[in-house]
Design a protein around this ligand. Structure first.
Ligand code: PAF
Length: 284
C-alpha cells in the first residue's frame, strides 16, 4: 500500500501512530532504477518504509539547476506503486511536501555542517552544497525517525558526509550505502542524465571506462598506485575533468600511502551538466 502525504502535519499524524521500526529512503524525485533499488532494499528489510521526494533548495548554489530540476511526482508514484506490488504486505509512506516551508518552517532555523568532509572535492566546487544536504537529511531524520536510511553510492562523498553526521550527533540510525546502478554501457544512472544530448551521452561512456582502466592499473596492489597516478595525470590534460582523484575511501584523505581501501572519484563536465561517478578499490 502506498500513501502520499503532502504536508508535515499529515506526516506527523501518521508517524506518531507507527510502532514498527521504519526504513527511510530520501530522494529528490524523478526516480530511476537507482532510487528504486534503494526502495527495494528497504522493503526487504522493513514492514513500513518512508520515502521522501523533495527538491531541497538549500543544496543548490545560486547558478545551479534548482528551477529546472525535473519534478515528476505522478510518474514517481507510479514507479513506487509498481515496485510495491511485489511487496503486497508492506507499506510505503511517500512524503512529498508541497512547499519548502513544510520541511523548513521559520521556527526551525537550523544548519548542520559536517566539517572537513564537506569542503573538499565536490564541496570545494559547490560551496555550501553539503551543508544543504546535511541540513535537509538531519531534518528529514527528525521527521521520519528511521532505524535505517538508504543512500546511493553514486554520491559517495554525500554518503560519507551523512555517515559522519550520524556518528558525530550520535543519531541511532543505520546508514546503508547501495551500489551504483548503471546503464548497460556503463553510465551511472542520474536524474541529470536527461540533460545530455545523444552525442554527449555517448561521450559520457568514457567516465566509467576510465574508472575501470584505473582500477585495472592498480590491480589491488599498493605498488601500482604511482603508475595509476601517472596515468591519471595524463588523463587530466582533458580539461573537462572537474576532478579525477584517488582518495582514502574512509576519510577522503589525499594521503593513500597506508589506505586499505581507496576510492577513485570522478566528475566530468559535459556542457553545463556535471556527471559524477566513482569506484572503490581494495589494496592488498
Ligand atoms: O541524493 C539526493 O537525492 C539528495 O542529495 C538527498 C539525499 C535526497 C538530500 O536532498
Amino acid at each position: 500500500m502506498v500513501t502520499l502525504v503532502r504536508t508535515t502535519q499529515e506526516l506527523n499524524d501518521i508517524r506518531s501512530k507507527e510502532t514498527r521500526p521504519v526504513g527511510f529512503v530520501p530522494t529528490m524525485g524523478n526516480l530511476h532504477q537507482g532510487h528504486i533499488s534503494l526502495l527495494e532494499r528497504a522493503l526487504t528489510e522493513y514492514e513500513v518504509v518512508y520515502f521522501s521526494i523533495f527538491v531541497n533548495p538549500k543544496q543548490f548554489g545560486p547558478n545551479e539547476d534548482f528551477n529546472r530540476y525535473p519534478r515528476t511526482l505522478e510518474q514517481d508514484i507510479n514507479l513506487i506503486e509498481e515496485l510495491t506490488k511485489r511487496f503486497p504486505k508492506k507499506e510505503v509512506v511517500v512524503y512529498s511536501p508541497k512547499d519548502p516551508q513544510e520541511v523548513f518552517p521559520e521556527s526551525k532555523n537550523q544548519n548542520v555542517s559536517v566539517l572537513g568532509l564537506s569542503t573538499m572535492l565536490e564541496g570545494k566546487i559547490r560551496p555550501g552544497h553539503f551543508d544543504g544536504v546535511a541540513t535537509v537529511v538531519y531534518r528529514l531524520f527528525e521527521l521520519m525517525k528511521p532505524t535505517s536510511a538508504y543512500f546511493g553510492l553514486k554520491d559517495f562523498q554525500q554518503y560519507l558526509v551523512i555517515r559522519q553526521m550520524v556518528k558525530d550527533l550520535q543519531m541511532p540510525i543505520k546508514i546503508v550505502g547501495m551500489p551504483i546502478i548503471r546503464e548497460a554501457e556503463g553510465l551511472a544512472l542520474s536524474s541529470r542524465n536527461q540533460y545530455l544530448s545523444p552525442e554527449q551521452k555517448s561521450t559520457s561512456l568514457l567516465i566509467s571506462r576510465t574508472l575501470k582502466e584505473i582500477t585495472k592499473t592498480i590491480n589491488n596492489k599498493r605498488a601500482n598506485l604511482s603508475q595509476a597516478q601517472t596515468f591519471i595525470s595524463t588523463l587530466l590534460k582533458d580539461p573537462n575533468w572537474n576532478y579525477l582523484e584517488m582518495r582514502d575511501a574512509e576519510t577522503l584523505s589525499e594521503d593513500i600511502s597506508h589506505s586499505k581501501q581507496i576510492t577513485i572519484l570522478a566528475v566530468y563536465q559535459m556542457g553545463t551538466t556535471r556527471l559524477l561517478d566513482n569506484t572503490q578499490v581494495e589494496i592488498e
